[in-house]
Design a protein around this ligand. Sequence first.
Ligand SMILES: [Fe+2]
Ligand SMILES: [Fe+2]
Length: 218
Amino acid sequence: MGASSQPAEWNAAFLVGKALLETVQRLTLVAEYRDEDAHSHCRRVRYYTEFLVKQLGISDPDSGIMVFSSPMHDIGKVGTPDSILLKQEKLTPQEFEIIKTHTIIGEKILGGSSNPYLESARKFALHHHERWDGSGYPFGLKGADIPIEGRIMHLIDNYDALRSRRPYKLPFPHEDAVRIISEGNEITGPKHFDPDVLDVFRSHERTFREIFETLGEE
Ligand SMILES: [Fe+2]
Ligand SMILES: [Fe+2]
C-alpha cells in the first residue's frame, strides 16, 4: 500500500456510504416510474426543500439530509394499485382510503434504520399528508407533533399540485395557487400549514414560482 493510499476499512466504509446514498436515489426512481408526473415533481421537491430548510434556519447536517431524502416522500405509492394511482376520474371515497395507505407503506419500506438519511425519508413518507390543524392523515397529528419533514412537504406538495395538470383539473396560475394556500378554498387553506413554513412561502412566493417554472412539467 502506498503512503498516499487510504486504509482498507476507510475505503470500505466510504464505498458502503456511497452505495447507500445511491441506493436511496434509485429507490426514489422506483416510485417515479409508476406515475409519469412524479419525475418532474420529485426534481422540484428537492429544490423547494433546499430553499425552505435554509429559510427556516435548519442547519447542516440536518438540512442536507432533508434535501436528499425529501424526494422519497411518495415511495409508498409502489404499493398503490395502478387502477387507482393512474385513474383519470375523481377517486371514490373507498379508493381514497386505499391511496392514504401510501404513507404507512412508505414508513414500512424506509423504517427501522438508524441511518439518518433513511430516518428522515421515513418521516417525509409517513407525515407529508398530516395537517397543522389535525385534519390530515394517517394519524391526524396536530401542530408541532407533526415532524418538520411532514410540515415542509405538506406545503410543497400543495403548491406543486395546484400548479400541475391533473386528469381532473387544469393547472392553476402561480397567483391563484398563492391565494388558495394563503386564503383558502373548499379543499386547502392556511390552517393546514405550519405558520412558520407558511410565512416563508408568503414572503418568498416568487422563489416557488421560479422553481416550478424552471423545472416545470415535461
Ligand atoms: Fe403523498
Ligand atoms: Fe409529492
